[in-house]
Design a binder for this molecule. Structure first.
Ligand SMILES: Cc1ncc(COP(=O)(O)OP(=O)(O)O)c(N)n1
Ligand SMILES: Cc1nc(C(=O)O)sc1CCOP(=O)(O)O
Ligand SMILES: [Mg+2]
Length: 431
């Protein structure tokens, strides 16, 4: 991977190796495979005890592994070996070769990571060509003897002072990672919370999910963005649950208590079919159309009075607008249902155009709605991002050459593993 191709998402869970944790009869490559299976997005070979030849051999092996699994491979400290094995990147600290010298030697395409402990080092590293920063130690660590602690405020200040992505490192565990929320980091870098664990794949899955949960929906992740197409339900508005519950809430109004299973069954039906089902099973004296209209009223009432934005989305929309990005909506929900909510939240004024599947006459499994949004914005697919919580819609957007920010929603959690891998960025806040 070239440095220009690296996305923030590649830094989400960055594993740094340490063979002192190897279990009997297990190789570093075996452990790295488990880590990649668990969702590690980048690997750095950091083996302070290995001599040149062994380090080189290990680097060749891990380079091949990472390449075959589609994740970047970074070499710690040793620029010569990074170049020799064709690593994707090199990571150097303040005591190592200077970043500008590394850049000269390694060329513009190699990913260059630099350690920084304060704003001055961070700004200088960026000026000298760093592609990302490793900042730590954010917690006490026994994996690096000479690590000095960096407090939360300094970490935050560093993130605000540079335009390159920052990963936190040092003593991070699946529990304390939540303390880094709001710092501005794009990911974490970890040794012992991965390689010292009994079940490495399992540990990585939890670290990934917990890291996704603390990342902001901020605009810095969307490189070269000129246009943005927002889905509404489950993306901008936390409204998916009402579609699940509306049938049950309607029945409750009529004194009938249904269970979760009934809610799920009704959710899978059209409103018309739900009306028929409720009549046949619960309200024989009411017409199906009346029931459907009643269920619809429950949904509309929720949008008018109660529906709330997903965390960070209002701020994201406002920032993109301020940055001059063209904004549109593409949604499967009918205009008269969601517009009262957008208006109540003061969001309607930010969009240059609003497209609904009903009005376009095609679902989001087809390209028409996205093409119409692109045409209105006058942006090309590759400079346009689609913000979506639905995997099938995201696949259509991808097939048109647009970038996708996957927004986590509880309702589509079963698709998340596939969705997060295909997406160019991830938004998963406080699920
Ligand atoms: C991602 C990441 N961040 C920081 C470091 C530390 O690098 P450095 O300061 O050069 O210390 P050593 O790792 O060489 O002991 C890192 N390796 N990776
Ligand atoms: C390699 C490294 N660099 C650090 C820094 O502060 O720059 S802390 C560190 C060790 C990280 O290991 P663990 O996740 O086990 O604490
Ligand atoms: Mg170093």
């Amino acid at each position: 991977m070239k440095s220009s191709e690296m996305k923030n998402k590649d830094l989400l869970l960055y594993a740094v190796t340490d063979r002192k944790w190897l279990k009997d009869g297990v190789t570093l490559a075996d452990e790295c495979k488990k880590a990649i299976d668990g969702g590690v997005t980048m690997i750095q070979l950091r083996e302070k005890e290995l001599g040149y030849d062994d380090f080189l051999a290990q680097a060749k092996e891990l380079k091949t592994l990472c390449q075959s699994r589609g994740i970047p491979f970074i070499v710690n400290d040793n620029v010569q070996i990074a170049i020799e094995v064709g690593a994707d990147g090199i990571h150097v600290g303040q005591e190592d070769m200077h970043a500008d010298d590394v850049r000269k030697l390694a060329g513009k395409d190699m990913i260059l990571g630099v350690s920084a402990q304060n704003v001055e080092e961070a700004v200088t590293a960026e000026k000298n060509g760093a592609d990302y920063l490793g900042v730590g130690a954010v917690f006490p660590t026994s994996s690096k003897d000479d690590a000095s602690e960096v407090d939360f405020e300094t970490l935050k200040e560093i993130c605000q002072s540079v335009s390159i992505p920052v990963v936190a490192i040092g003593g991070i565990t699946e529990d304390n990672i939540k303390e880094l929320k709001g710092s501005g980091i794009v990911g974490i870098s970890v040794i012992s919370a991965i390689f010292a664990q009994e079940d490495i794949k399992d540990a990585c899955e939890r670290l990934c999910a917990n890291t996704e949960r603390i990342l902001p929906a901020d605009s810095s992740a969307y490189k070269d963005i000129k246009g943005a197409i927002f889905d509404i339900d489950g993306t901008v508005i936390d409204s998916m649950k009402i579609w699940d519950k509306a049938g049950l809430m309607f029945l409750e109004k009529h004194g009938i208590k249904g269970d979760d299973d009934l809610g799920k069954r009704l959710f899978a039906m059209t409103i018309g079919d739900a009306g028929k089902y409720i009549q046949e099973n619960f309200l024989p004296n009411m017409k199906p159309e009346e029931i459907s209209a009643g269920v619809n009223d429950v949904i509309r009432g929720f949008y008018i009075n109660d529906a709330q934005p997903k965390e960070g989305m209002i701020e994201l929309i406002k920032t993109l607008k301020e940055e001059g990005v063209k904004l549109t909506v593409a949604t499967s929900t009918d205009r008269d249902v969601f517009m009262p909510c957008l208006e109540r939240l003061g969001l309607d004024k930010y969009f240059d155009g609003i497209f609904t599947c009903t009005e376009v006459g095609h679902s989001k499994a087809e390209p028409e709605i996205f093409n119409q949004a692109l045409e209105l914005m006058g942006t090309s697919p590759k400079e346009t991002w689609v913000f979506e919580d639905g995997l099938y819609s995201a696949k259509t957007a991808k097939s048109l050459g647009m970038k996708v920010a996957a927004v986590y929603d509880e309702t589509s959690r079963h698709d998340w593993d596939e969705f997060r891998l295909m997406a160019d960025a991830i938004i998963r806040i406080n699920d």
